[in-house]
Design a protein around this ligand. Structure first.
Ligand code: CU
Length: 163
């Protein structure tokens, strides 16, 4: 690599970085969806190792749940989550690190009507369904959570352990 092309690559990197920061608009502190802690968006054209049906619902004793709320994946596997909202209110599925979901939850308390349609997150109306295809490229414990205000506290979170 010549000195000139190194400089160009550096300038380009800085430009991409600042463009990324600029996209986190006002009123959305730290609310960029551009990086993914839990791996990377899957490729729907490639085969999946597992299909996991995840049901979102409210219970008679005022809890809100994901079923199942514990999932185990082998590192490198591509997984399809088939999401179903069996409840009477909107719910969402946000797949991220536990720390990112905690930060994102605070952002959503300020913007409760934020609608997610991201590679790692979907919002579903009652009776709605959707899919998230995800490749778990990193080992660790991740989380799927509903960040609509009050729902996490009512029980709407689950863990994904990637081994
Ligand atoms: Cu919810």
């Amino acid at each position: 690599m010549t000195v000139r092309s190194i400089t160009l690559a550096g300038a380009l990197g800085a430009f991409i970085l600042s463009a990324g920061l600029a996209l986190a608009g006002p009123g959305e502190p730290g609310h960029s969806h551009r990086t993914f802690a839990a791996g990377e968006p899957g490729d729907p054209k490639k085969p999946v190792a597992k299909t996991i049906e995840v049901t979102m619902k409210e219970t008679d004793d005022a809890k809100m749940l994901f079923e199942p709320n514990q999932v185990e994946i082998k590192r490198g596997e591509q997984v399809k989550f088939v999401l179903k909202n069996a409840g009477k209110t909107d719910h969402e599925f946000m797949l991220d690190s536990i720390q990112n979901n905690a930060k994102h939850k605070i952002a959503m308390e300020k913007n409760p009507d934020m609608e997610h349609d991201d590679p790692n997150g979907k919002r579903l109306a009652p009776n709605g369904s959707n899919e998230v295809v995800w490749r778990f490229t990193k080992p660790g414990t991740f989380e799927f959570a509903c960040l609509i205000p009050g729902h996490y506290e009512s029980g709407m979170h689950g863990t994904v352990v990637v081994k």
